[in-house]
Design a protein around this ligand. Structure first.
Ligand code: GAR
Length: 208
């Protein structure tokens, strides 16, 4: 234990949930002593992540965007629960929806995202497929702060992964995922220890 008050984290996810589970298990194993996951939010009723994190004892709540008249009202509903739970930061972990001004305004420089490419290459959906179609020999993962644009905010960490001629979307995804998990954990470690400072597009790491 560091003696620091742990950062109360909400995880947002829309699907399989391997990044969400990696974060949760890193906390459970003592790897992220300054992070306290308090809630998972999903926008997809059928997302396997809901049941996976519940089995680990984490509260998981579904917010269906279509049941709200506007994106702002959808986000205000989420925000009200996040406030109730005392959430201080958000980790987007395969949350396949653009975060809007309500949540970004409420958590300035406190929302992180993971993306399976070396941004700014291959933003948006199917980053692995885009990398294969382009023919790159190296791709990777990016953890970045979230702003109003898609896969765009200041980069916290990037790690590269080779691409081989025989790769398929599946084999490349399999190679990327463990790197995603490790990179996200390292970025959250930095955030929770107060070591990240944003200066324009740059994230400065304080190693003292
Ligand atoms: C991950 O590959 C993540 O990087 C990607 O969705 C996948 C979710 O997997 N996110 C994006 O593409 C965001 N633009 P998971 O549900 O197993 O964590």
């Amino acid at each position: 234990m560091s003696g620091r008050k742990p950062l109360r984290l909400a995880i947002f996810a829309s699907g399989r949930g391997s990044n969400a589970m990696a974060i949760l298990l890193a906390v459970r194993s003592g790897r992220l002593p300054d992070v306290e996951p308090v809630l998972l939010v999903s926008d997809k009723e059928v997302a396997p992540v809901l049941e996976k994190v519940r089995q680990e004892g984490l509260e998981a709540v579904l917010f269906k965007p279509k049941t709200y008249p506007t994106k702002e009202e959808y986000e205000r509903a989420i925000l009200s629960l996040l406030k109730e739970r005392g959430v201080e930061a958000i980790a987007l972990a395969g949350y396949m929806r653009l975060v809007g001004s309500v949540l970004i305004g409420a958590f300035p420089d406190r929302i992180l995202n993971i993306h399976p490419s070396l941004l700014p290459a291959f933003p948006g959906l199917h980053a692995q497929r885009q990398a294969l179609e382009y023919g790159v020999r190296v791709t990777g993962v990016t953890v970045h702060f979230v702003d109003l644009l898609m896969d765009h905010g200041p980069v916290i960490l990037q790690k590269s992964v080779p691409v081989y001629p025989e790769d398929t979307e599946e084999t490349l995804t399999e190679r990327l995922l463990p790197v995603e998990h490790e990179t996200y954990i390292e970025a959250l470690e930095g955030l929770s220890q107060g070591r990240l400072r944003i200066s324009g597009r740059h994230v400065l790491w304080n190693f003292n």
